[in-house]
Each structure stands twice: as structure tokens, then as C-alpha cells.
Design a protein around this ligand. Structure first.
Ligand code: FES
Length: 88
């Protein structure tokens, strides 16, 4: 099973809209899922450039799926669902 890749957008818009709180995932995820999840902060995912979308920041990308209005709880739930479904 390949690892679940979690990319937390650390661009300015997402950071201002709450991504700073998501940094706790960098510690939580490896502790909770040491062999199944890779987590990293990434530069702007380029989703905030569209004015209608920037209000949905912060963004987190889990594998190929974009999570908008991301919170720690939302990300954890999504990962749990992926693990239950065998990632697909
Ligand atoms: S700052 Fe996050 S998508 Fe641009």
C-alpha cells in the first residue's frame, strides 16, 4: 500500500486563513500513522488566485484530492476514511 500524501498549503492566503493551525498535523500525523502517511508543507497550491475560491482557504491536498476550508479534524477524518476504504 502506498503512503497517503498530505500537502498543507503554506502560501500567504492559506496561512492567513488558518493554515498556521494545520501545522500541528506535521506532528500529529507521523505519530498517529507512522507508516502510512507522509505530511509536508508546500508553497501556494495555486487555488487561491481565483477570487471565488480564496475564501475557501486554507487548502490541503490529500493524494489528488483538494480539501477546502481545511481543519485538523477535517483532514484526520478524510485520512481515516481513506484508510477504511483501502485508499481508493
Ligand atoms: S496560498 Fe494556498 S492555494 Fe494559494
Amino acid at each position: 500500500m502506498s503512503k497517503i500524501e498530505v500537502k498543507i498549503c503554506m502560501g500567504t492566503t492559506c496561512f492567513v486563513m488558518g493554515a498556521s493551525h494545520l501545522q500541528e498535523l506535521v506532528e500529529i500525523l507521523p505519530a498517529k500513522y507512522p507508516d502510512t502517511v507522509d505530511v509536508m508543507g508546500v508553497p501556494c497550491l495555486d487555488l487561491c488566485s481565483n477570487e471565488s475560491k480564496y475564501t475557501n482557504a486554507p487548502y490541503v491536498k490529500i493524494n489528488d484530492e483538494i480539501i477546502s476550508d481545511a481543519t485538523t479534524e477535517k483532514v484526520l477524518k478524510h485520512i481515516e476514511r481513506l484508510l477504511e476504504d483501502g485508499q481508493e
